[in-house]
Design a protein around this ligand. Sequence first.
Ligand code: GDP
Ligand code: MG
Length: 307
Amino acid sequence: MKSGFVAIIGRPNVGKSTLFNSLMNTKLAAVSPKPQTTRAKISGILTSSDYQIILWDCPGLFQTKDTFNKKLVKIAINSLKDIDLILWLIDCTKPQDESDEFVFSCIKKYATSPNKSSPIIFLLINKIDKINKQDLLPLIESYDKLYNFAEIIPISALKGINIVQLKSTIKKYLPDGPQYFPDEIITDTPQELILSEFIREKIFLYTKKEIPFSTGVLINEIRFIEEKNMLYIQADILVNKHSAKKIVVGNKGQMIKKIGSSARLDLETFLKLQMKKPIKVFMDLYVKVKENWKENESIISSMGLVT
Ligand code: GDP
Ligand code: MG
């Protein structure tokens, strides 16, 4: 059996979570057009008769002075430890600059592998659906000078271009190893964390300006009610001021309803896959004002955002 740990690494917004979901063939990670959508390390387990890939989706790596963002970056950096393969994702529509250099410097500095002195790196050039083919070659050439990448693969995570090929190439590079998880397990990330990422995704999709960045989700209760075949969830959306609460609640509660019902649909799809049967979800969401919650260590740790 071939098995190993594979991390998707890159600066914010290059399409890491989109790639993660695409490789997993299902939605486990939050995706939005805004940077810093992903706040947690989410695992995805792909099992076949002869291989098991344990895939990590991580927050983006970027230089920041903000204490909260530094925590997110640390989550990504920690996922570089004991990794068999790194998928370094870049966005071919963005010019190559110091933010890519920063990602690469983190990989060089922190990446370790249980099997070799340093992990294998694939360079994945994403969003190729947005550029002309002839613009790809110079990009490949310029990155090729940087490092002896095991593979350089142009992909489109969104359109599914080269994803099947990528999966079989990953398999080729995995070391011989045990089956770490049973066949049916698709993730070992706690349900709370996946759920709070789903809720946050909707906030990122439906609200503007600083609102998504200033909100956090705290899951207070998850309870399965057997006789109703229903998962009851009570969660708080934390905002840092009253004006933000007004927006997230919306006129006559319309916004919070929209956030809740679309997060519920995502969760029901996820649960059906994980539990192998349909389960209803009841979502009880409140918006609470908690000034400076991003500086409150105990809140952050109850959100599960510690590495
Ligand atoms: P992350 O921050 O790196 O996890 O990026 P996301 O997966 O959240 O994606 C950021 C944005 O890029 C979203 O709007 C995605 O739909 C978009 N995106 C991701 N992959 C592709 C791609 O292959 N092509 C195009 N055109 N857009 C993509
Ligand atoms: Mg992401």
